[in-house]
Design a protein around this ligand. Sequence first.
Ligand code: C2O
Ligand code: CU
Ligand code: CU
Length: 465
Amino acid sequence: DVAPILPGAASEVWRYTASLLKGPDDTLTRLGDGYLGPLIRLRRGQRVRIHIDNQLPEATTVHWHGLHVPPDVDGQPRFPIQSGAQKTVSFVVDDRAGLYWYHPHPHGKDGGRVGFQSYAGLAGPLVIEDDNERGLDLPQGDQERILVLQDRSFAGDNELTYLSGGMGSMMTRMHGFRGEHLLVNGKPATMQEVSAAAHRLRIMNGSNARIYKLAWSDGRPVTVIGTDGGLLEAPEDFPYITLAPAQRVDIWISFEKAAQGTRIQLLNRPHDAGGMMGGGMMMGGMMGGSDTASDQATPLLTLEVNGRGEDGVSTRPERLSNELADLPRPDKTTAPRLFRLGMKMMQGFTINGRQFEGATVADGEAVSLGESEVWEFFNDTMMPHPMHVHGLQFRVLSRHYADARSAGQLAAGIVDSGLHDTVLVLPGERVRIALTFTDFPGLYPYHCHNMEHEDNGMMRYYEVR
Ligand code: C2O
Ligand code: CU
Ligand code: CU
C-alpha cells in the first residue's frame, strides 16, 4: 500500500561497479538490483589485484574494512585517489572466513567525506572463505543470505537527502545521520522466500550512524555463529542483537519445523541509546528519524517459508572454530593503554583530547610490531561510539558499565565473543580489548565508525614500529 521508495536519479547515487579480469566466476556477484557495490568473494591465502578507477567528481579511497593488509593498500586517508586518477592495489588475503566490507575513506582539509560518499551509495560486502568453514556443512547456496542494513531519507523524486542546512546539519554532526527509511540491500522492507531448512543470514550494518536492535518476530532467540572476524568457537543465543555501524553478525536459523507459508520477520526494535540521553524527543524529532521515532518494532525483512530445503544442513552446528583458542592472551597484569573518548564544545568528539591531525602520532599512539596489548576505550560522553581499529581483528576482554540506562537497553544484545574490528562503547562505559600487531609496520587509522563523528575529527593514526 506504500509506494516503493527507491533511490532515484543517477546523479544522486554513486555506485561501485566492477568487472572480473581473472579468477573464479563467483568472485563478483550483484546483490539484488539496488545501489550497493558487488559482493566480492575471496579465498584465504589468495593474492588479489584490484584496479581502482576514480570516475567520481572528487577524491576517494577504497578501504577494505576489517582486513589485515599493509598500510599502503588499506585505503587510508593518507592515500587519496584524485578524481580521474587510477590506482592498483594488491594484497594476500590473510583473514579468517567471514563477512567484511569495503567503503571510501577520504579526509580532506575541510574534514572527512566518508559519511557523504558512503551515504551516496559507495559500500559493498566482501566475503572470505577458508578450509575450516568449508568443512562445517553450514547452510550455503540459496540458504545463505547477505543482508546489508542501511537507512536513508528521500525527497522529491526519491533523491537521497543527507545534511540539510543550519540546525539540522549541526544536529547531524553531533549524533550522526539517521535516515527515516530502513533498507536491506538497498530496498525497503522486502520479502524473501526461504525453504523449510536451516539458513545462514550474514548481516552487516552499513549505516552511517544507526545502531540496530535485531530480533525475531516470533520471539525465538537469535543464534549467532560469527562476528566481524569470522566464526565463533560455538553458536551462542541472544534475546536480540545490538549491531553498531560497521559491525557484522552471522546468524543461524532453522525453519525446519515451520509450516509452509509461515512468515517470520527480522525486526529492528526501538531504543533510545542513540545519543539522546534524557529529554531526547524534541531533538530527535528535529533530526527527522532518530532511533526513537517509533515505539513499534520496524520489520526489516519478512521471510516466508516455501518449499523444502536440501538435506544435510538442518542441524545446529555444535563446534565452529578451534582457531580462537590459539590466539595470544595478553598478560592480565599488563596496564592497558587508555583512550578517553571526549568532546570539544561545538567541534565534535575527541580521542585523548585530540582530533584528526593527518599522518601524525602523539605520545601513546605508537605500538611495537609483534607485541600484544590491552587497550581501554573510556567513553566520557553521552553518546555511544562504535570504535574501529584498522589492520587487525581484536578480542573484547571486558566491559564496565557506568550508565545503567543505556546499558539496560542494549547490553544484552552485544556480542563480545569471537573476533572484532569494531566495538560499541556505550556512554560512561570502559571497554578493554586485546590486540596483536603482526606483519606490517606503519600507520593505521583508528576511529569512531559513526561516520559523521569520524568525518568531524574523531579519528587518529596509531603507528606500528
Ligand atoms: Cu570502515 Cu576506517 O573504516
Ligand atoms: Cu576499517
Ligand atoms: Cu562516535
